[in-house]
Design a protein around this ligand. Structure first.
Ligand SMILES: Cc1ncc(COP(=O)(O)O)c(C=O)c1O
Length: 415
């Protein structure tokens, strides 16, 4: 295993040199959004100069905009291992994509049909389906996660499946507990009764290399601002489904995918940033391997980052657990570190999460508090919905020193 090039990685991110009261600011708010590498910032600003034109013109800046569109879809196809860029749909956010696509999927459902949503998901993958059920008179089946394994277990899914199951919507990793689901097993079960499978990979994509061909789902959504890119949502869909499903679109827009799903004028500058955030993985993969394809380098980048993040997150978890009065809500066993992303949620028996988060902010440590839109998760765990948890989440630019500073600040905050 090669040594993770943390110093070179950190030099890529201008925001990491920001300071707070004379000390470097520590970004531990990564599950809510990461900082951006210089190449992304430059790609966005470059596009605003060279490609701020609409598509289909006979002049250079219009052609530049079209090239950016094609690059971004091609880059994301490699990023998730799609068969073609036509399977990649880009929009404002994961939530907009889910709301939008759920409407089209709903055109195939009838009153009394059943859809399965989970107690582990972010609201972005719950509310759109609840709203659809309300409109079409569908039946919602709730899938719990196990309080022992912190994951969704196949034996809890099985009894919910039946001849009227039309869809299973579930996440790859929880934005609160950090646990990772065994997606292949779960999607296979759902597909065995003919259900469509929708995977929210927003929290998985920053930490595990996505391979849609191996996962066996029908749709997968993620958000590039969680993996060093701009604020966009990206959907991968099975080509046949994207082609067959009716899209809510204006009459003169293209009937081909992905254009038929991408309403309005594309956000070209953000698409430039999207391609550049995949370039970040491409670059990192080149630093740690001799892979000669972009996909190979993306996989190598993740492999290196996973090992690096695993050490950091265990240091963080062990340190938190050593602070009296704390509870970590998620996997803490080092032998199971591969079953979680480095997002750690914690409560304290006396200090409320918003209070702790505010004290950490005063120390220059950025974290989140609250339910973080994982409403069902906090309810399932019996956590106070108003105050939620303190959520500390790592990215591959964090360091051991930052973890130690966070732990020292947390210890003071909870005193
Ligand atoms: C697991 C998960 N799903 C969905 C979302 C919503 O993503 P977006 O902001 O792109 O709508 C988030 C955002 O934090 C998330 O963590």
């Amino acid at each position: 295993m090669s040594v993770f090039p943390i110093d070179r990685v950190r030099r890529e991110f201008p925001a990491l040199s920001q300071s707070h009261d004379g000390r470097p600011r520590v970004f531990m708010d990564n599950p809510a959004g990461t900082q951006l590498p210089r190449r992304v910032v430059e790609a966005v600003s470059g596009a605003l100069v060279d490609a701020a034109s609409n598509y289909g013109g006979y002049f250079e800046n219009s052609r530049n905009a079209e090239a950016i569109y094609a690059d971004a879809h091609g880059a994301m196809a490699d990023f998730v291992n799609a068969r073609s860029p036509q399977e990649i749909v880009v929009a404002q956010s994961m939530t907009s994509l889910t709301l939008h696509m759920s409407r089209s999927l709903g055109r195939r459902f009838a009153a009394g049909d059943e859809i399965i949503v989970t107690r582990m998901d972010h609201e972005g993958d719950v509310s759109p389906w609840l709203l659809l059920a309300e409109d079409l008179d569908l039946v919602i089946r709730w899938l719990p996660f196990s309080r022992d394994t912190w994951k969704i277990e196949p034996e809890d899914l099985e009894p919910l499946l039946g001849p009227r199951t039309r869809l299973l919507a579930l996440n790859g990793a929880s934005n609160l507990t950090g646990s990772i689901n065994d997606l292949t097993d779960l999607t296979e079960l759902a597909r065995s009764v003919g259900a469509t499978t929708w995977v929210d990979a927003v929290q998985l994509a920053p930490h595990q290399c996505i391979d849609v061909q191996a996962l066996g789902c029908d749709f997968l959504v993620c958000s590039s601002y969680k993996f060093f890119g701009p604020h966009l949502g990206v959907l991968w869909g099975r080509r046949e489904l994207l082609d067959e499903l009716p899209a809510y679109k204006v009459r003169c827009a293209s009937d081909a995918s992905p254009e038929k799903w991408e309403t309005g004028t594309p956000q070209t500058e953000l698409l430039a940033g999207l391609a550049a955030c995949v370039d970040h993985y491409d670059w990192l993969g080149g630093e740690v391997s001799g892979e000669d394809s972009r996909r190979g380098r993306i996989e190598a980048a993740y492999a290196a980052a996973i090992d690096y993040e695993a050490c950091l997150v265990m240091r963080l978890i062990d340190g938190i657990r050593a602070i009296p009065g704390t509870t970590v809500h998620g996997i803490v066993n080092p032998n199971r570190v591969g079953e979680r992303v480095p997002t750690v949620s914690v409560t304290h028996d006396r200090v409320s999460p918003p209070e702790a988060a505010e004290r950490l902010a005063r120390d220059g440590i950025c974290v989140w508090s609250g339910h973080n839109y994982a409403l069902e998760v906090v309810r399932h765990l019996g956590i106070d919905e108003e105050t939620g948890v303190v959520r500390i989440g790592l990215a591959h630019y964090n360091t051991e020193e930052e973890v130690d500073r966070t732990l020292a600040a947390l210890e003071r905050a909870l005193r």
